[in-house]
Design a protein around this ligand. Structure first.
Ligand SMILES: [Zn+2]
Length: 490
């Protein structure tokens, strides 16, 4: 670490108390923090990073992901499936993940996140197959350290297998004592609560339909005894709502309230299907939402009430979700998806570019407990992304910061800085080789599919137009099959 000067910045989204955007400025960085922002800063002793043709923004924050899914993108068999059938088929493939696939899947996901401007990411890892070693979270953390991204690993869990009425196969679930023991282990080994922490832990049962209520409350108590955050999927689809009503006699949010799972230390992925009382409850309790617009569109889940949640005072962050339901970890692209999806039913005034950028920076960071991130001003952390705007896809742009979201077909960052260190330089990873990351991910992804086909007899490379037509045999007692009619496949 040392002294770095981002010089001659074309335009910047500062998101700062005194100015939102600025032109023709420099940003000085010393060690982990920004020390000065302004025109013509002294350059003596600084490494220079030229930003003449760049829009500079605070590093983007991804609040929900499943790194391992990078190996299982665009599988034809599930391209047109709704959530429950989509999950049921993917579980049979994910049964085959092991240490090598988690490591290389994590490298590939982190590479794409960094290359599209992300500096802080979470990952929700809930797959611990019988056949894999128990230290898969440790392996993810190792991958994040190597690549230089700021990382919150969420220790996920599934304890209700198919034989007990849950959705996942029994080979993918763990006993609740194993889950609690390992959750405690990873908190003690890895969690750093410091304000500039590069590595934190959160606890994250997969969903209300894959764990018991007892595990939810034990996890809650364990997390709160250590001061770590809680996370899970919630209110993603109408099917989930029906399932909760049938199994628990209440809606998903009420279930979480009954379990003591609301508050400023909790954030949920999705929350597409919230009623006005639930939105108000999120605002009143400070419960956070990881908004996943591409995933919600891809699975046809619906439109999350982001504007309403923000109006109610609830914390909201942006997320790409796992690549089996979004297929891209493009953080910059996700901002456009968020902005446009909110406008579909509510008109263009519902959200502007600055609000969308704030969600993807300080909004997400604060929700995750990084209170002073997402701002380019002295005293704030040096997590920064630079994007060139001197290519033809930005021709005719009159507002460069807005142009970054509304225009542009390449979302590859020119440079990315995390904790004062350059992790993307000239559009290339500083701490990894893209060609070998790609090669390993392709090889391991093909292996996973081949082995799953051998186990199940299903040809996953064949397109199926209706997700309830074949291959789905139900997922245990009480589970409601999707009633959605999918559009025809190619
Ligand atoms: Zn997810």
């Amino acid at each position: 670490m040392g002294k770095l000067l981002i010089q001659n910045i074309h335009s910047a989204f500062l998101n700062a108390p005194d100015a939102v955007v600025a032109r023709n400025i420099d940003i000085a960085i010393e060690n982990t923090d920004i020390t000065a922002v302004g025109p013509n800063l002294p350059a003596g002793g600084f490494e220079i990073l030229d930003a003449t043709a760049c829009v500079v923004i605070p590093g983007l924050v991804n609040t929900h992901h499943h790194f391992y899914q990078t190996l299982t993108r665009t599988i034809p068999r599930m391209q047109n499936a709704g959530l429950f059938n989509w999950l049921t088929h993917h579980y049979r493939i994910w049964e085959g993940i092991d240490a090598e696939s988690v490591y290389h899947g994590s490298l590939a996901a982190i590479a794409e996140l960094l290359l599209t401007g992300c500096t802080l990411t979470t990952d929700h890892h809930y797959l611990f197959p019988d056949s894999a070693p128990g230290n898969l979270l440790d392996i993810q953390i190792q991958a994040a350290r190597e690549m230089g991204i700021r990382f919150i690993a969420t220790r996920g869990s599934m304890s209700l297998g198919k034989s007990k009425g849950g959705l996942p196969p029994d080979s993918l679930v763990q006993t609740e004592s194993e889950i609690i023991r390992d959750s405690r282990r990873v908190i003690e080994k890895f969690h750093d609560p410091g304000p500039r922490s590069m590595q934190r832990i959160a606890l994250a049962p997969c969903s209300p339909f894959s764990v018991s209520e007892r595990l939810m409350t034990e996890t809650r108590d364990l997390a709160r005894s250590y001061g770590v955050r809680l996370h899970t999927h919630l209110a993603e689809t109408r099917d989930e709502e029906k399932y909760c009503l049938k199994r628990f006699g209440c809606r998903p949010v009420k279930l979480m309230q009954n379990l003591g799972w609301l508050g400023p230390d909790v954030w949920f992925a999705h929350c597409v299907h919230l009623n006005p009382d639930e939105i108000e409850l999120f605002g009143r309790t400070g419960t956070g939402v990881a908004h996943c617009p591409s995933s919600n569109m891809r699975l046809g889940s619906g439109v999350a009430p982001v504007a309403e949640l923000l109006a109610a005072g609830a914390p909201v962050g942006l997320a790409v979700d796992g690549p089996a339901s979004n297929d891209t970890s493009d953080m910059l692209g996700e901002i456009r998806q968020c902005l446009y999806l909110q406008r579909v039913f509510k008109g263009p005034a519902v959200m502007n570019v600055w609000q969308a950028l704030t969600l993807a920076t300080s909004g997400g960071a604060r929700m995750l407990g990084f209170d002073d991130f997402g701002v380019l001003a002295p005293g704030y952390p040096a997590d920064i992304a630079l994007f060139r705007i001197d290519s033809v896809d930005y021709a005719g742009v009159h507002d460069p910061v807005a142009g970054l979201i509304f225009a542009g077909s390449s979302h590859r960052a020119h440079a990315v800085i995390v904790q004062g260190r350059i992790v993307v330089r000239n559009g290339r990873l500083a701490n990894g080789r893209e060609s070998s990351i790609l090669e390993n991910a392709n090889r391991l992804g093909a292996d996973l599919l081949r082995k799953a086909s051998t186990r199940t007899g299903i040809d996953y490379l064949r397109h199926v137009s209706n997700d309830s037509a074949e291959g789905f045999t139900g997922a245990g007692p009480g589970l409601i099959q999707s009633d959605r009619t999918e559009s025809p496949g190619p």
